[in-house]
Ligand binder design. Structure first.
Ligand code: ADP
Length: 247
């Protein structure tokens, strides 16, 4: 079996007595594409922010590449990357300048080559004279994903990476993400509200509801378990289920 890149145990986050993430445990192995799903407020963003060390857990453990995130923050984050609607890009720079800044931050050696590759790969080469702040939301989203690949991450966390894209652009971007992550034998944990997208790419789906994991399985097994072909219906069923009393 392939190596475990991420291991989360009993992860919990409380805000003033309110439990946003409640004893979550899961693993992600090399090569896996895992979707983190759940209704608004389920705890997806809080989970991802804890994995990025942006939010500190109230309790529980996060191990990445077999090391605890607590004691190895910088080392681990240098081999990960992310994009999210809340990750702001430098508005006054062009896409090329912006990617170059990130390449420097991650200490990318052959940065010129890397930046050119990413601009080409994500269809951003034409936007040479535009500032990032002038780009459309779809272009900014593509740039956000390009930025996420600047350090050849082994673990990629993507919070709704295709949210504001039209269907063909979203499909193209998905294909690029999968191609690049497979080339580096990495893994992806992403969130999406687009069930067709989730079905098309996920090796596994983790459903969160009210901070707890309600299901963690392959799309195929989930369909079998719920006797339902439509992932969206499964999503709605799980979101309505009461959180189990034992948890
Ligand atoms: P999701 O990404 O699944 O929509 P979030 O992780 O953003 O959910 O939020 C989970 C819950 O935690 C929500 O009820 C949200 O209001 C709450 N929450 C998130 N961040 C904070 C915060 N900084 N302070 C208080 N409550 C928060």
């Amino acid at each position: 079996m392939s190596a475990i890149l991420l291991r989360v145990r009993n992860l919990t986050k409380k805000y003033n007595g309110f439990t946003a993430v409640d004893g979550v445990s899961f693993e992600i192995r090399e090569g896996e594409i895992v979707s983190l799903l759940g209704p608004n407020g389920a705890g997806k963003t809080t989970t991802i922010q804890m994995l990025l060390a942006l939010v500190s857990p109230t309790s529980g453990d996060i191990e990445i590449f077999e090391k605890n995130l607590k004691g190895h923050r910088e080392e681990l984050l240098s081999r990960m990357n992310f994009t999210a609607p809340y990750s702001l890009l430098p508005y006054n720079l062009t896409p090329k300048e912006g990617l170059t800044v990130f390449a420097f931050l991650y200490g990318v050696r052959n940065y010129k080559q890397k930046v050119k590759f990413l601009l080409d790969e994500f269809g951003l080469s034409e936007l040479v004279s535009k500032k990032i702040g002038q780009l459309s939301s779809g272009e900014q989203m593509r740039l956000g994903v390009a930025k996420a690949f600047v350090n050849n991450p082994k673990l990629l966390l993507l919070d709704e990476p295709t949210a504001s894209l039209d269907p063909p652009t979203a499909r193209e971007l998905r294909a690029k993400i999968l191609k690049l992550i497979r080339e580096s034998s990495g893994a992806v944990l992403w969130t999406s509200h687009n069930m067709r997208e989730v079905e098309a790419v996920s090796d596994r789906i983790i459903f969160l509801s009210r901070g707890q994991i309600m299901a963690d399985d392959t799309p195929r097994n989930l369909k079998k378990r719920f006797g339902q072909e439509d992932l969206e219906e499964i999503f709605i069923t799980i979101a309505k289920e009461p959180v189990s009393e034992s948890s």
